[in-house]
Design a protein around this ligand. Structure first.
Ligand code: COA
Length: 259
């Protein structure tokens, strides 16, 4: 697959997707969003990919939706744009392979929303995050009003949404918006290490955790636990469960095959 606004590199079972419009701080025009959809589908489909690292080229992760495209949108354009982006971001959230947002710089508006759609967020200490849409007279359109309160709670989310304030990586960590903050020069190695730790585990178990967490998010505890026990049961039919337990009992490292 070839991309105009992204790079897609696979090494050691990790697909690194890099939004690559550094002169525009990786602002998401419609074409870049569409390519993000193709890229996650490619990563999910490829047997040589176990997980996805998503980052930005240059000094930004993603500085938001491309305001030059939003500036003259009609209401209908705006609804279609938001819906298309929401569905693509959701594919990062529901990917059966883990997705890590590696936040190297600005993650604003659609950039913060894209990071929130990933399973884990690791930020450089230089990163800045926020949902400044109200300053443009709009609300977030790519899931920000829904994911931010789920991630950091209603009060903190509304503070960020209503002020449009741009916060530091350390404040984002304090709020739970990012999971880890590291020195800029340690960012890639840290993210690679976290992904490698995930990929050492059974792929179907990773997918099962992601699915149970995602489905459980809209269920009550009773129904959510049923989803979990179903996953628990299904995984007990896999070769990887037998291998994982056998390896433990034999005091060796398991070798998982993905079925
Ligand atoms: N859409 C379109 N272009 C954007 C953009 C966006 N969201 N964010 C940055 N850019 C462009 C700038 O217009 C500029 O392009 P130019 O060189 O052709 O003029 C280039 O990226 C560099 O940005 P600049 O503003 O000069 O950098 P800065 O360091 O002074 O400021 C930000 C950085 C992130 C604070 C500032 O770019 C900004 O506020 N961006 C918009 C953030 C936002 O509101 N996002 C939500 C959108 S819904």
């Amino acid at each position: 697959m070839s991309y105009q606004f992204l790079t897609f590199v696979v090494a050691d079972r990790i697909a690194t997707i890099t939004v690559n419009r550094p002169d525009k701080l990786n602002a998401l025009n419609d074409a870049t969003i569409a390519e993000l959809g193709v890229a996650i589908d490619e990563a999910i489909a490829r047997d040589d990919v176990g997980g996805v690292v998503l980052t930005g080229a240059g000094r930004a992760f993603v500085a938001g939706a491309d305001i030059t495209e939003l500036a003259d949108q009609t209401p209908l354009d705006a609804v279609r744009r938001a819906r298309a982006g929401q569905l693509i971001f959701r594919r990062y959230e529901t990917s059966p392979k883990p997705t890590i947002a590696v936040i190297n710089g600005f993650a604003l508006g659609g950039g913060c929303e894209l990071a929130m759609a990933c399973h884990v967020r690791i930020a450089s200490e230089l990163a800045k995050l926020g949902q400044p849409e109200v300053k443009l007279g709009i609300v977030p359109g790519y899931g920000g009003t829904q994911r931010l309160p789920r991630l950091i709670g209603r009060g903190a989310a509304l503070r960020l949404l209503l002020t449009g304030e741009i916060i530091s990586a350390s404040e984002a960590f304090r709020l739970g918006l990012v999971d880890q903050v590291v020195a800029a020069d340690a960012l890639v190695d840290t993210a690679t290490g976290v992904m490698r730790a995930m990929l050492a585990n059974a792929p179907l178990a990773l997918a099962g955790c992601i699915e149970a967490v995602n489905r459980g998010a809209s269920l009550d505890i009773e129904e959510g636990c049923r989803v979990e026990s179903d996953q628990f049961g299904t995984l007990s039919s896999t070769a990887d469960m037998r291998e994982g337990m056998q390896a433990f009992l034999e005091k060796r490292t398991p070798s998982f095959v993905g079925h």
